[in-house]
Design a binder for this molecule. Structure first.
Ligand code: NAD
Length: 488
């Protein structure tokens, strides 16, 4: 099943830790196996770092910081721009690597290269726009100078579901701001991050500015980094549970943090929506990345007057989706990341059906090779079903009917999460009311995907703290200093 192109790509990829500009084995020689979820086979062994390797990475990031912080912003931006150009040239290779290590269909992986690459370009441009301010104080007795400074060495922790975009979304603003980083990708899909580190090296990044530690033991490796006084910022993307653990550790040093955590996105379809638009958007919002996105629509809240029409249109589209390895033509449902993800999807579907939900299509576990779960549609899902309160992270579309705008809002907001919401209506005033009433950091108004390098991505409530992307994104890596000086 593995083609020659895949073998060549995997063999050329370094398997070591990237510390201080060198690729090297873990101190104790341990290795971590990376699997292709479509086949279950091991595709690559990479170094499995322990706490001593983590310390070495922090040493390198701390030593490189003064030099990188003092490098002119234009030069820092140019390194990012060169990395962007290289990434664009190697689009096919990077896309294939992502499909191999986490299963997304190749067409989507190409889309992620485009989206993820934009962070390199955007922040390469933003680097030169960091400004302070200067002015007289209100009393007229002094001058106030406000300046921005890089926070220092940062610890960046990323998930497996968007291995490229989650890496560039953190690394690019950090480097643009003048910070150095220790990067820890997820153990399930670390290869793309290794690829990006090599690309940055090729783009001319000095040694020690970016360091990568791959590990199968993220807890013991992360804790000493978070507790190290030289590290000044933690940026984490992953589950709310792990985010809370890291926040507790970070609180001891009052460490600056950004947290991009889980979601439970409502997808609200009003009776005045353009249903063709809503159905197209639903397919994207639900099935992109095989449902394994923090922004995935988790609850379809549909006006009872149009729900039957919506269910039948969706079911027809879903029955046409084909499942298989992401490298095969026409596949849109690749494997889930592992057995646990399959068991979770299966459990959530069984629970909803046991409570009275109607299984419209899918829902049968697949017993062949790889960790697949079929695209599934559930209608009339009772509001107490577990599927409505947990992140599904799989290709299961759950529909709940509603009878009034107030009820739709109540259901939509009835969650601890607040990352993104999707709203479908042709009414301008209703659209504006939803902007005011839905408790999420982002909203798709008649669209099913919102991510953009130029926009502030982030959540309300337990979906996180801070923003990535947009002009806001670089400020996560800057600290403000105010200086007062007497009038001359
Ligand atoms: P996860 O929380 O299991 O892991 C995320 C990262 O944390 C990985 O690198 C992992 O190795 C590391 N980690 C795990 N335990 C740790 C510990 N004790 N100490 C330090 N690091 C630890 O999440 P995941 O399964 O990789 O990703 C899926 C989750 O990520 C979902 O909840 C999804 O919503 C969320 N996510 C959020 C965003 C966002 O921008 N809000 C984007 C993508 C994914």
């Amino acid at each position: 099943m593995t083609t020659e192109a895949e073998t060549t790509l995997l063999q050329a990829l370094p398997g070591g830790l990237f510390i201080d500009g060198r690729w090297r084995a873990a101190g104790d020689g341990r290795q971590l196996a990376v699997h292709d979820p479509a086949t279950g086979r091991v595709v690559k062994l990479v170094a499995d770092a322990g706490p001593a390797d983590a310390r070495a990475a922090v040493d390198a990031a701390a030593a490189a910081f003064p030099g990188w912080a003092a490098t002119p912003a234009r030069e820092r931006g140019e390194v990012l721009r060169r990395a962007f150009d290289l990434l664009r040239e190697r689009r096919e290779e990077v896309a294939l690597l992502m499909t191999i290590e986490m299963g997304k269909p190749l067409a989507e992986a190409r889309g992620e290269v485009d989206y993820g690459g934009e962070f390199l370009r955007w922040f390469g441009e933003e680097a030169v726009r960091v400004q302070g301010r200067y002015g007289a104080n209100p009393e007229g007795s002094g001058r106030m100078i406000v300046t921005q400074h890089p926070v220092g060495p940062c610890y960046l922790v990323t998930p497996w579901n968007f291995p490229l975009a989650m890496t560039t979304r953190k690394v690019a603003p950090a480097l643009a701001a003048g910070c150095t980083v220790v990067l820890k990708p997820a153990e399930l899909a670390p290869l793309t991050t290794i690829y990006v580190a090599r690309l940055l090296e090729e783009a001319g990044l000095p040694p020690g500015v970016v360091n990568v530690v791959t590990t199968s033991t993220p807890g013991p490796v992360s804790e000493p980094i978070i507790r190290d006084a030289r590290v000044r910022k933690l940026s984490f993307t992953g589950s709310t549970g792990v985010g809370r653990t890291l926040l507790a550790q970070a609180s001891e040093r009052v460490l600056r943090t950004s947290m991009e955590l889980g979601g439970n996105a409502p997808f609200v379809v009003f009776d005045d929506a353009d249903l063709d638009t809503a159905v197209d958007a639903a397919m994207v919002a639900k099935f992109r990345n095989i449902g394994q996105a923090c922004t995935a629509a988790n609850r379809f809240i549909v006006d009872r007057k149009v729900v039957d029409d919506f269910v039948s249109r969706i079911a027809e589209r879903v029955r046409g989706l084909s499942m298989g390895r992401g490298t095969e033509d026409g596949v849109s449902i690749g494997p889930l990341i592992d057995d646990r993800a399959v068991a979770k999807a299966d459990h959530l579907v069984s629970d909803a059906v046991a409570r009275g939900a109607r299984l419209v299509t899918g829902g049968q576990r697949y017993d062949g090779e790889g960790t697949f779960y079929p695209a599934t549609v559930l209608a009339d899902v009772p509001v107490d079903s577990e599927i409505l309160s947990s992140e599904i992270f799989g290709p299961v579309l759950a529909i709940v009917p509603f009878d009034s705008e107030d009820e739709a809002v109540k259901i939509a907001n009835d969650t601890d999460y607040g990352l993104v919401s999707y709203v479908f209506t042709e009414s301008l005033s209703r659209g504006h009311r939803m902007i005011d009433r839905l408790e999420t950091g982002m909203m798709g108004l008649n669209v099913g995907a919102v991510s953009n390098a130029a926009a502030p991505f982030g959540g309300w409530k337990m979906s996180g703290l801070g923003r990535e992307g947009g002009p806001e994104g670089i400020h996560e890596y800057l600290q403000t200093k105010y200086t007062l000086t007497p009038d001359p």
